[in-house]
Design a protein around this ligand. Structure first.
Ligand code: CMC
Length: 429
């Protein structure tokens, strides 16, 4: 029994509920017994005040702009480590030793190829299919190709499925891109690091190999680190909810990809670039700012604001720097889209409406510009987010499956429909 309690009174009924403290962050009131004691549910659409699970993986302090993975600051992970190190950390809870790291890299690398029949599966999609649509289908289909790692009660199978998804996601993402542009698939090359391999699978063609630019590869690796996990966001909660039913891991990650696709979540990086293109020139920015402030206009400045960060998004700070490194490396100076982005950032940061509501550019604002400069079409932006987030989804899924107190997720509701009424025969209606 925890020392602190919270008391809720509903009508004549009073119930004391334990208050639990985490290692850091707000306390939570454990309301599990509320319904039994009072007959009332809690109501919190959008989970503004509700912790849906206990977790040891990622911590965010939105007011202070802090993001920690297993206790390590995102700034340190992004500046000192590589993506696969962050994957190891998220999955196993500790940073790897040199031997553990090389063993992990080796294991991931040896799973990069996909079953050859997958390529025929791709042929079923229209050429102009959105690559996120292809990814939802292709990742879900992995369950049909890798039966030997779908038994979630077997820890070895769980780990093999995890490795397979981290390793195969870039291969599938690159295939989705190649299919869309009408070029042949490029197989993974296992002597390359994760980001370089992905760049090569996307941009090499059989008649001309792709020369990897280390600055670009490092920038992409950093984008992957920054997007690796983000606590209980919409897509991660989707993965947990799907996983709580006992569904296989490939199906759960496909569900996560579907949830990520929306413009309020991972789809923001694509929509943000579309918005910059729609604005077009710097002189048109004020009219879009006016629209963003207009309560009667549904328009929002994409790439601005965050549900949790009400101070600067720490990932955005790192991404801002990376973005400028990439633009400098590629010698991009006179891009009208970039002029709009930079001016928009300046205006919004100094505008009372945005200051009052603590609306800062988020990670997707800068990652979109960076990915465009690297050469990815906007339709691939959310796919890259999904590649990076796969490890976070898997780590959270594994944590849930391995929790002895895990239950199927089953929210309740406030019913406001018709009360019980009698069926009326068609002729009498
Ligand atoms: N442009 C203009 N006004 C905004 C924006 C925006 N981008 N975001 C929020 N507001 C206003 C909103 O209208 C409200 O104003 P008021 O108090 O006058 O009614 C106030 O700010 C608070 O907004 P909210 O809707 O309560 O905030 P939320 O926490 O529910 O929404 C959000 C967070 C990310 C969905 C939202 O800021 C948004 O839609 N941003 C644009 C989409 C985007 O960039 N999403 C990517 C998030 S980062 C990647 C990820 O982690 O998925």
């Amino acid at each position: 029994m925890s020392a602190k309690t919270g008391t809720i009174r509903i009508g004549e009924k009073t119930v004391d509920m334990p208050v639990r403290s985490g290692t850091i962050g707000p306390d939570v009131v454990d309301i599990g017994k509320l319904y039994g004691a009072t007959g009332a549910f809690t109501y919190d659409p959008g989970f503004l005040s509700t912790a849906a699970c206990e977790s040891k993986i990622t911590y965010i302090d939105g007011d202070e702009g802090v993001l920690l993975h297993r206790g390590y600051a995102i700034e340190e992970l992004a500046s000192q480590g590589d993506f696969l190190e962050t994957c190891y950390l998220l999955l196993y809870g500790e940073l790897p030793t040199a031997a553990q790291k090389s063993d992990f890299d080796y294991r991931v690398t040896r799973h990069t190829m996909v079953h050859d029949q997958m390529s025929r599966f791709f042929q079923g999609f229209r050429r102009d299919a959105h690559p996120m649509a292809v990814m939802v289908g292709a990742v879900g289909a992995l369950a049909a190709f890798y039966h030997d790692s779908t038994d979630i009660t077997d820890p070895t199978q769980r780990m093999i499925a995890s490795m397979r998804m981290i390793a195969k996601m870039p291969t599938l993402a690159a295939m989705a891109y190649k299919y869309n542009v009408g070029q042949p698939f490029v197989y993974p090359k296992n002597d390359l690091d994760y980001a370089s391999n992905f760049l090569r699978m996307c941009f090499a063609v059989p008649c001309e190999d792709y020369k990897i630019n280390p600055v670009i590869a490092r920038a992409l690796d950093r984008i992957f680190i920054l997007h690796a996990d983000h606590e209980q966001n919409a897509s991660t909660s989707t993965v947990r909810l799907a996983g709580s039913t006992g569904a296989n891991p490939f199906a759960c990650i496909a569900a996560g990809i579907a949830a990520l696709w929306g413009p309020a979540h991972g789809g923001a990086n694509e929509i943000c670039l579309q918005m910059l293109a729609e604005i077009g020139t710097v002189d048109r920015i004020p009219q879009f700012i006016a629209r963003a402030k207009d309560k009667n206009d549904p328009f929002k400045l994409m790439g601005f604001g965050h549900r949790v960060y009400k101070n600067f998004d720490p990932r955005a700070k790192i991404m801002h720097k990376t973005c400028h490194e990439v633009l400098k490396e590629l010698g991009i100076k006179d891009d009208p889209l970039l002029d709009v982005a930079m001016e928009l950032e300046k205006i919004a940061l100094n505008d009372e409406y945005f200051i009052e509501r603590k609306l800062y550019p988020n990670v997707d604002f800068y990652s979109g510009i960076t990915l465009k400069a690297i050469g990815f079409p906007t339709s691939m932006f959310t796919v890259l987010f999904a590649v990076a987030r796969t490890v976070g989804w898997i780590a959270q899924w594994k944590e849930m499956i391995e929790d002895p107190n895990q239950k199927i997720g089953r929210p309740r509701q406030l019913y406001t429909g018709q009360p019980a009424r009698k069926y009326v025969e068609t002729a009498k209606r």
